[in-house]
Write a new protein. Structure first.
Length: 244
């Protein structure tokens, strides 16, 4: 989300030639205002080769907060390619009174936390994270994803819906009630686009099994698109002063 917003902010600037890199995990990504490349780089060294080959001056890591490998590769590749690096990391959500969060470190712990008694579970996770729930077929699952889940989860009871945020709290609450959801499993993505389900869970008194964010490399970082634009302004001014 932040990557697209940042691209929109700088798309028409004459002092920047911007390329947006997408991992290619969705089959129909939204249109972008700048040139786009899709797919992985082949690890940190592949990213180094790309940065050098394309004569990149600055790299902004604005990937999803759970894409730890992408961020790690960026942190390794940037100094090797002598490219300035900034991480744009949206803050995570924090629980407030009324929230019933159960924080876990990984998906396997979320599956275990659901317990043995059958429950109606809303899985608000990526496609790659839902497969371990096949080990808990006693539950009924509502699975929402941007793209269809193919093949479906190997459980006897699962309903699939597709959608792309933002999701309003009222709509999320109606969905949770319609499907008789007992518990939500989610990632602490941060930002307003998918917070509706968290607010709805609070209103309905539902527990949320929340996957903690993975550790990320320690690099220069900002939390907002405005701050990222300011950083790019500074880098552009430095390049101009050097005559680059």
């Amino acid at each position: 989300m932040e990557a697209r917003q940042l691209a929109e902010r700088v798309a028409k600037r004459s002092d920047l030639a911007v390329t947006l890199s997408l991992a290619g995990r969705t089959t129909a990504p939204v249109s972008q205002p700048v040139p786009v490349r899709v797919g992985g780089f082949g690890g940190a060294q592949g990213l180094v080769d790309y940065l050098l080959g394309q004569k990149i001056d600055v790299l902004v890591d604005a990937t999803h907060p759970y894409a730890a490998m992408i961020s790690s590769n960026a942190a390794v590749a940037a100094p090797r390619a002598r490219v300035a690096l900034l991480a744009l990391r949206r803050p995570g959500w924090t629980p407030i009174p009324g929230d019933r969060w159960i924080e876990v470190g990984h998906v396997a712990s979320a599956v275990e936390t659901l317990g043995n008694v059958s429950r109606c579970v809303f899985l608000a996770l990526g496609r790659k994270e839902i497969w371990p729930f096949a080990d808990a077929p006693q539950h009924r699952y509502l699975v929402r994803s941007v793209d269809p889940i193919v093949p479906p989860l190997a459980v006897p009871h699962a309903v699939y819906i597709t959608g792309r945020g933002p999701f309003a709290e009222a709509d999320e609450r109606a969905m949770l009630e319609r499907h008789h959801i007992d518990v939500i499993v989610a990632k602490n993505s941060g930002g307003p686009a998918t917070y509706g389900k968290i607010a709805a869970a609070r209103a309905l008194g539902l527990p949320v099994i929340m996957l903690r964010r993975p550790p990320l490399p320690e690099v220069e970082a900002v939390e907002t698109v405005d701050d990222a634009v300011a950083w790019l302004d500074h880098m552009s001014a430095l390049a101009t002063a050097r005559g680059v």
